[in-house]
Design a binder for this molecule. Sequence first.
Ligand code: FA5
Length: 339
Amino acid sequence: MQQTAIQEITAADTLDALQLVKTKYVGKSGLVTKELGTLGKLPPEERKTRGAEINVIRAAIQAALDEKEATLKRAALDAKLQSEAIDVTLPGLGLPSGGLHPISRVYDDLIAIFTRMGYEVAEGPEVEEEHYNFEALNIPWYHPARELQDTFWLEDGRLLRTHTSNMQIRYMVEHDPDLKMVSRGKVYRYEATDATHEAMFHQLEGLVVGDGISMADLKGTIAEMARGLYGAGAKVRFQPSYYPFVEPGADFAIYWNNPRGESKWLELGGCGMVHPNVFKAVDDLREQAGKPRLYEGKTGFAFGLGPERIAMLKYGIPDIRYFYANDPRVMGQFRGELG
Ligand code: FA5
């Protein structure tokens, strides 16, 4: 029995297997234990020698078990340390990382340029009252300009703002002149989409109000923005245009060589000198809110532009709809710092 037990102990290659052998021989109802239990039936003279014999066998088996257990435990510990060891020569694991959307990148560039020039950054609602989107901006209900910006209406009479110019009004109602403000955000128009038009897009609005502000200040500001975006060689172009909330009004374009060697005039947005009717509408709203009328007689300029146009040219994206289609083949190119 001792021999088979030792063989089985040697063969046991896991702690579990060893435990089975242990139970089989020296457990409570193991073979050796049972053998000891038979001693009581033997005559007293045999009992002593037989007992001593069995104890020797039991001690040998127990010693073999203990030794094997220690060996197996050491092996298990070694394996564990081995698996936890750090191999500094292994190549690192690539972690998937997100990235900023190209529109966010362009916005960040623009905001940085304007905060450097001392502008405050404001944010306002996308669901807007008709008054702030149209009336206060000198666009009464019968005005044909409303058709230039086809509108998503809500059942409660409010609308999805068609431009960020609502922020001109909201900001002037809240803040006393003089001021310099930029505001970014989503705008919505009920129009058919194509490569350069989306129903949801973004705008950056700018507003400066003070005394003796002139068209020259406006042109200088747009030129400074262009240089901030595209470097010292950037050129800007203004063409007369009509927006009810400015007089005179203009569209502006920037001439730029992009990284792919394309140079072109990029029609970016509209601008102009704040219309006196806008200041009057602001003072009316301020008066209703118990605030002093501080705007009539002031001068100011405003502009609004589309960052999608900048991003399309900067990153060589041929169709505005790619920005919002969530196609990983497109947006996957804007991971990390790339771009
Ligand atoms: C306006 O929205 C005026 N609020 C801009 C303004 C502000 C004028 C302050 C004067 C003073 P307009 O509709 O032209 O203007 O839009 C301005 C810019 O938004 C456009 O030049 C273009 O860059 C972008 N834009 C207009 N419609 C879309 C569209 N459907 N998809 C993408 N970009 C558009």
